[in-house]
Design a protein around this ligand. Structure first.
Ligand code: FAD
Length: 425
């Protein structure tokens, strides 16, 4: 196939599709509505902090094979830090307790038999609670198949599932939760090493992808919002950007990698999630104290995860719709009070920024998950990509990147290529 592939949207799903296609020798043109790439996963210079920060802290795990392969392919690995050990440190703000969860490397989870590797106050059989999740029937919620209470739930399953699903776990789709568990804790410690873009999300995942595309003759055009697609039978015949229309040749193809509301406005017959949840991040311009963990899980506070970067401390709060109307100053003060307690830093508020992503991810309930479309559409030359399509994962970097791979594989007429890539990784 010699035609051009037009990729609409330069978020990670669009970039992943574009990289895969350009690497296979296809001519690729990426059209991005904004003046920057990366979508919901990017860095920018923040004037209040006078620092380059990320729109939100993003955690990957070493089991995210597609994300790591993408980083390797574009040359972004130097901007990420991969923890040496599968270890997760936690702090309880109510009791002051600290602990580190230490899964062993292999698949056989003998670590749950060792009290020093477990969550304090829990017993080995408690760790079997998610078996109901792993066996959940379609459309079940986590709350229907697992007891959402008790010390292990409060100190492990709730924070982990909330972060992965950005939805209160009790209401979340159990099969999505199961897939997270299968690809992380159930896959053994080797899949659970934290991975953080300490050099910045754009330096790791976005800028090298654009350079990769340009080196292969691809184009990335900014300020190009797709306004309309013209349809002729089972084909897209033209794409309209307002001031510029492109008529598609017989071999030209389209990857539509835009958010769900944009996709359904362009193609109303597409089904897509309609409910979303916010994520709030608090960024503080201060050097972390010596020995501060890369990522610290926090329970019994507003703070849920504390990330340490060389020039700042940043806090993530998931499913944070309840905080959208709270004044920013109040959020910064509350969060900083907690961070000062956790780190031993002075209580005076450093320079700060609060970033609220209102529609951070789709709500991972069974009702919303059922609306996710396949990448294939009824148009021969148009496929979908995005974290909201049917990836089998919640809205994550890994899901976005896999969706881009699926879209590229479908256009190449090799839909099973994703499975081959997974096996190769
Ligand atoms: C604050 C926050 C924290 C997160 N934390 C994590 C985490 O810890 N771990 C994790 O794995 N994931 C996390 N995520 C999720 C992750 O960021 C997303 O799943 C991923 O970035 C989505 O990529 P995408 O390409 O699917 O969508 P998007 O990033 O939304 O990309 C869509 C692109 O399309 C463009 N566009 C829109 N309309 C048009 C148009 N008409 N024409 C052309 N272009 C258009 C947009 O500008 C955008 O660039 C987080 C998300 C947020 C917001």
């Amino acid at each position: 196939m010699a035609g051009i592939v037009h990729v609409i949207g330069a978020g990670l799903s669009g970039l992943s599709a574009a990289v895969e296609l350009a690497d296979a020798g296809r001519r690729v043109v990426v059209h991005e509505a904004a003046r920057f790439a990366g979508g919901r996963c990017r860095s920018y210079h923040d004037a209040a902090l006078d620092l380059t920060i990320d729109n939100g802290n993003h955690l990957l795990l070493s089991g995210n094979w597609a994300a790591l392969a993408y980083l390797d392919r574009i040359g972004g690995r130097d901007a990420v830090t991969i923890a040496d050990e599968p270890a997760f440190s936690f702090a309880d703000l109510a009791t002051g307790e600290r602990w580190t969860l230490r899964p062993n490397q292999g698949r056989l989870p003998w670590w749950i038999l060792d009290a020093r590797r477990r969550v304090p106050g829990t017993r080995a059989p408690d760790y079997l609670a998610p078996i109901g999740v792993l066996r959940a029937p379609p459309a079940a919620t986590v709350g229907e198949v697992m007891a959402c209470r008790g010390p292990l739930y409060d100190r492990l399953w709730q924070p982990v599932l909330l972060a992965a699903l950005n939805t209160e776990p009790g209401e979340a789709d159990a099969q999505l939760a199961a897939q997270i568990l299968r690809e992380t804790l159930a896959a053994g410690g080797q899949a659970c090493r934290p991975v953080v873009a300490t050099g910045g999300l754009s330096a790791a995942l976005v800028d090298p992808a654009i350079a990769f595309l340009r080196e292969r003759g691809g184009e990335v055009r900014f300020g190009r919002a797709l306004k309309r697609v013209a349809l002729e039978g089972a084909r897209v015949s033209a794409i309209h950007f307002g001031d510029d229309d492109i008529t598609l040749g017989a071999d030209d193809q389209v990857v539509l990698a835009v958010p769900p509301n944009v996709a359904t406005a362009l193609l109303p017959e597409i089904s897509a999630p309609e409910r979303f949840h916010a994520i709030v991040n608090g960024h503080f311009r201060i050097a972390p104290p010596a020995g501060q963990q890369l990522v610290l899980g926090v329970v019994n506070g507003m703070t849920e995860w504390l990330f340490a970067y060389p020039d700042r401390l940043s806090v993530t709060i998931s499913c944070a719709d309840r905080l959208l109307d709270t004044p920013r100053e109040a959020l910064a003060e509350t969060i900083w009070r907690e961070v000062a307690t956790l780190t031993g830093l002075a209580p005076e508020l450093p320079r700060w920024q609060i970033v609220r992503e209102r529609r951070a991810t789709f709500s991972a309930t069974p009702q919303e998950a059922a609306k996710r479309p396949e990448a294939r559409t009824r148009y021969d030359n148009l496929v979908l990509a995005g974290d909201w399509t049917q990836t089998g994962l919640p809205a994550t970097i890994e899901g976005s990147i896999r969706s881009g791979l699926s879209a590229a594989a479908l256009l190449a007429g090799a839909p099973d290529r994703l499975d081959r890539s997974r096996r190769a990784a």
